[in-house]
Design a binder for this molecule. Structure first.
Ligand SMILES: *[C@@H]1O[C@H](CO)[C@@H](O)[C@H](O)[C@H]1NC(C)=O
Ligand SMILES: *[C@@H]1O[C@H](CO)[C@@H](O)[C@H](O)[C@H]1NC(C)=O
Ligand SMILES: *[C@@H]1O[C@H](CO)[C@@H](O)[C@H](O)[C@H]1NC(C)=O
Ligand SMILES: *[C@@H]1O[C@H](CO)[C@@H](O)[C@H](O)[C@H]1NC(C)=O
Ligand SMILES: *[C@@H]1O[C@H](CO)[C@@H](O)[C@H](O)[C@H]1NC(C)=O
Ligand SMILES: *[C@@H]1O[C@H](CO)[C@@H](O)[C@H](O)[C@H]1NC(C)=O
Ligand SMILES: *[C@@H]1O[C@H](CO)[C@@H](O)[C@H](O)[C@H]1NC(C)=O
Ligand SMILES: *[C@@H]1O[C@H](CO)[C@@H](O)[C@H](O)[C@H]1NC(C)=O
Ligand SMILES: *[C@@H]1O[C@H](CO)[C@@H](O)[C@H](O)[C@H]1NC(C)=O
Ligand SMILES: *[C@@H]1O[C@H](CO)[C@@H](O)[C@H](O)[C@H]1NC(C)=O
Length: 454
């Protein structure tokens, strides 16, 4: 009985120090758009250019007063694939999406809009929005139309298009799908963008200075055949997605950053210095510059990830667990026990799809129930899409990523448990000096605590 009480007590202590530390800022049952008038909205519904249930938010980014949201054209009836909402407007928790930079960029001209289908975007510290355009229309319809993927870069002060770079044909493969972009903006004139190809494992590196790109491949970008099975909210499916999460660190002493990456179909995390990505020859000559950090454990496939440059904390999603977790990149080891849990909820956090930290040190997360949307149908009477936020320091407090190292907290628990069990054992068996049972009990309890961190 004592053992069970101690276990329950410890779990309660753990849970109470691990409150869900993100607030819900926005939530939607279905997405709607800020049309020029109610009449044009109705026309768009009537002529099929707006089919509300076909719209799903995929990527988010925050810059100044704007929260950007991408809406990929996986199905027909997406009126605008890159949008924003005004963070200052607190009149509603379910704001209508405003097309970015304007409606014109999303109208079909000669069979395609200027912005076709971005999944994720990145606002750099130099005030530029990097829009990685997947280029595909109707991937989930019977008819897919493919255009060449590209990066469009907008000036966030004027919203003018600074540059559009269309990927060279030889860097785009038949199965290619560009879903994530990381931007290394140490120098605004010598900025590099890293675009992950989730369909055909690779990274296309773009140099702003050279206005040129090259494709890097490495076997660590590939999906792990043993980690392709997913189970989200009762929907079981198999995805062979390659490199997905790309988190980029603040510059190291050598002025290069570290990229932390993982394929979607994988439980492992990897890293590489950007030194090896900035030159294709150097990458090919240094295969061992790509490192395996370690495993998050079973069932721990992750989609998006992001490194907060200030705290050095890597935030990542856990899609099977309806959770967002973290790891301090200053940790020497990437172990299960030094992964922290930020938020976990079987209703609200179904499929965390994007994670960012803004320039005011706030963490942002978007969840969108994508597998249900893909394989069944979302209930339009239920809240399906949510935007969460909290200051980074609040989000990581009392987790393994906190400034107080987890091991200290653990040691405290272990000491306390030791004292309690010493007392229990001395009561059970006052004459016994050996405490074999209690020590195995301690390890059992410690294991239980550790298992909660996964
Ligand atoms: C549908 O209606 C909208 C709103 O009036 C208009 O912008 C769009 O061009 C129309 N699309 C088609 C295919 O007619
Ligand atoms: C909404 O925003 C206005 C203006 O920024 C502010 O005065 C008001 O307190 C805000 N209301 C809430 C509920 O946050
Ligand atoms: C498929 O897309 C192509 C190119 O847009 C178009 O010409 C063709 O009519 C479409 N087919 C169907 C069945 O919609
Ligand atoms: C960058 O390169 C692309 C294609 O190679 C070209 O179309 C574009 O004009 C170039 N932009 C600049 C600013 O040099
Ligand atoms: C889905 O997968 C989970 C976990 O792998 C398993 O427990 C469950 O039985 C599966 N459900 C179906 C319908 O196959
Ligand atoms: C890193 O960049 C800074 C600023 O440009 C420069 O002063 C410093 O020498 C660089 N360090 C190295 C190791 O190149
Ligand atoms: C890339 O690295 C190779 C080998 O070190 C070097 O010869 C080449 O000039 C570099 N290319 C660029 C564009 O810097
Ligand atoms: C949503 O709720 C309304 C009112 O309760 C109901 O009439 C409608 O059928 C519901 N729709 C769905 C998709 O469940
Ligand atoms: C456990 O007991 C030792 C002395 O037996 C004491 O120094 C220590 O502070 C106690 N730890 C806790 C967490 O109570
Ligand atoms: C151990 O037992 C003693 C006396 O039975 C009690 O004073 C002490 O508080 C107990 N320690 C712990 C950690 O429960």
């Amino acid at each position: 009985m004592g053992v069970f009480k101690a276990l329950v007590l410890l779990q309660l202590v753990y849970l109470s120090t691990c409150m869900e530390q993100l607030d819900i800022i926005y939530e939607w049952n279905q997405l709607d758009f800020e049309f020029p008038s109610p009449e044009t909205r109705q026309q768009a519904i009537d002529n099929g250019s707006f089919i509300p249930e076909n719209n799903i938010p995929m990527g988010l980014e925050v810059f100044g007063d704007r929260l950007f949201i991408t809406v990929p054209r996986w199905r027909n009836g997406v009126p605008a694939s890159l949008t924003y909402v005004n963070l200052k407007d607190n009149s509603t928790k379910s704001p209508k999406l405003i097309p970015y930079p304007n409606w014109e960029a999303h109208n079909f001209v000669d069979g395609k809009p200027a912005i076709i289908s971005p999944f994720r975007v990145r606002a750099d510290r130099c005030g530029r929005l990097w829009v990685l355009d997947n280029g595909k229309i109707g991937s989930l319809e019977t008819n897919v139309t493919k255009f060449t993927p590209s990066i469009s870069i907008y000036d966030l002060k004027t919203d003018n298009l600074l540059r559009k770079y269309v990927f060279p044909e030889d860097q785009v493969k038949e199965e290619s799908g560009f879903a994530n972009i990381a931007v290394e903006d140490i120098d605004c004139d010598k900025t590099y963008a890293y675009a992950g190809d989730v369909g055909k494992a690779g990274i296309v590196v773009y140099s702003w200075e050279k206005n040129d790109s090259w494709r890097i491949t490495h076997h660590f970008f590939n999906p792990d055949p043993l980690a392709c099975d997913f189970s989200v909210k009762g929907y079981n499916f198999s995805w062979t997605d390659a490199i997905f999460g790309i988190g980029i660190s603040a510059p190291n002493a050598d002025n290069f950053s570290t990229i932390y990456f993982h394929p979607m179909a994988s439980n492992n995390e990897f890293s590489v210095s950007t030194e090896y990505l900035r030159n294709k020859t150097v990458a090919e000559q240094n295969f061992d510059a790509f490192k395996v950090l370690g495993s998050r454990g079973p069932n721990a496939q992750s989609s998006a990830s992001f490194v907060d440059p200030k705290t050095g904390v890597l935030f990542y999603s856990l899609v099977n667990l309806n959770a967002v977790a973290c790891w301090r990149t200053t940790n020497k080891e990437y172990l299960m026990k030094n992964q922290g849990r930020i938020y976990m909820d079987d209703i609200k956090m179904i499929y965390p799809t994007d994670i960012k930290v803004d320039y005011d040190e706030n963490l942002w997360v978007l969840s969108n129930r994508m597998p249900i949307w893909m394989y069944a149908k979302l209930d339009s009477n239920d809240t399906n899409f949510r935007v969460f936020s909290a200051p980074v320091l609040k989000a990581i407090s009392h987790t393994a990523c906190d400034v107080t190292p987890r091991s200290d907290i653990l040691d405290k628990f272990v000491n306390k448990v030791k004292n309690v069990t010493k007392n229990i054992s001395s009561k059970l068996n006052p004459s016994s000096s050996t405490i074999v049972a209690p020590s195995s009990l301690i390890s059992l309890i410690v294991l239980t605590v550790l298992s909660l961190f996964v």
